[in-house]
Design a protein around this ligand. Structure first.
Ligand SMILES: Nc1ncnc2c1ncn2[C@@H]1O[C@H](COP(=O)(O)OP(=O)(O)OP(=O)(O)O)[C@@H](O)[C@H]1O
Length: 247
């Protein structure tokens, strides 16, 4: 593992809740602009891993490095600041504030960081075109389809130009076709922005759009799979894909 050029790296991560061990020694890293799918059965530790990497929770032991600097031992105010400035988040659903129009929902992270409302909303609106949301700036979340609401959530995750985007089952509440559209946009726009993407999913079709996939089993990484671009631009599989049917 080349942690020196990784934007985000976790090593030796352990986490228990009482007697339940959620993480049992996980090491993984992700490079700028790279997308990493985290798969595995229910209860295997995927969300816990994402939470430890994103500074939402502290691992019991192990290290999390952002640009080579440890973030796992920071106190809550510093981790909260980091989550606002260096990370973007997309969850399954329900993350938009129902009383705010879409553009203000997207502008929110900038306003929380002290940007004036008008400037923040102007900046937020620039994301509506690339995400296929033109004309929906003034709609409230209740007036958007599930797929549109997730694209607004993606815009909100990107507006602060984060180093890493964390997505936990971002297509879980969408039908297959809409989920695929959302995942194309999320992986494409993250790559263009040079942001790393860590994406938890149950869906192998979703994982297929990521550069790499890791499998979590009982709090450990069971195997990994890497896709690289060939010179002709075709995607090829490399790495240690032990399990048929992952791709
Ligand atoms: N806050 C908590 N308190 C107690 N136990 C927890 C907590 N969060 C997670 N766990 C336990 O830790 C283990 C891993 O949970 P986690 O949510 O990380 O799994 P997951 O792979 O994301 O599952 P799912 O796919 O169902 O969301 C499970 O046994 C779970 O019950």
């Amino acid at each position: 593992m080349n942690t020196s050029s990784a934007v985000l790296a976790g090593t030796g991560l352990f986490k228990s809740y009482g007697t339940a061990r959620a993480l049992a020694g996980v090491a993984l890293d992700v490079m700028a602009g790279q997308s990493l799918a985290v798969m595995g059965p229910s209860g295997s530790g995927k969300s816990t891993l994402l939470h430890c990497l994103a500074g939402i929770e502290r691992p019991d032991s192990g290290e999390v490095l952002l640009d080579g600097k440890r973030i796992d031992r920071l106190g809550e105010p510093a981790r909260s600041e980091l989550r606002r400035t260096a990370f973007g988040f997309v969850f399954q659903s329900g993350q938009l504030l129902p009383e705010l129009p879409a553009d203000e929902n997207v502008a929110l992270p900038l306003m929380l960081g002290g940007t004036a409302r008008r400037t923040a909303v102007e900046e937020a609106r620039q994301w509506f075109g690339p995400l296929g949301l033109q004309g929906l700036e003034g709609r409230r979340p209740g007036q958007l389809s599930g797929g549109q609401a997730q694209r607004v959530a993606i815009a909100r995750a990107l507006v602060g130009r984060p180093k890493v985007i964390f997505a936990d089952e971002p297509t879980g509440a969408l039908d297959q076709a809409t989920g695929m559209e959302v995942i194309h946009l999320l992986t494409d726009v993250s790559r263009r922005q040079g942001a790393a993407l860590v994406l938890v999913t149950h869906d192998a079709n979703v994982a297929r759009w990521c550069d790499r996939t890791v499998q979590v089993r009982d709090g450990r990484l069971a195997e990994s799979h890497t896709e690289t671009e060939t010179e002709s631009g075709a995607r090829t599989a490399t790495g240690t894909d032990a399990e048929a049917g992952i791709r």
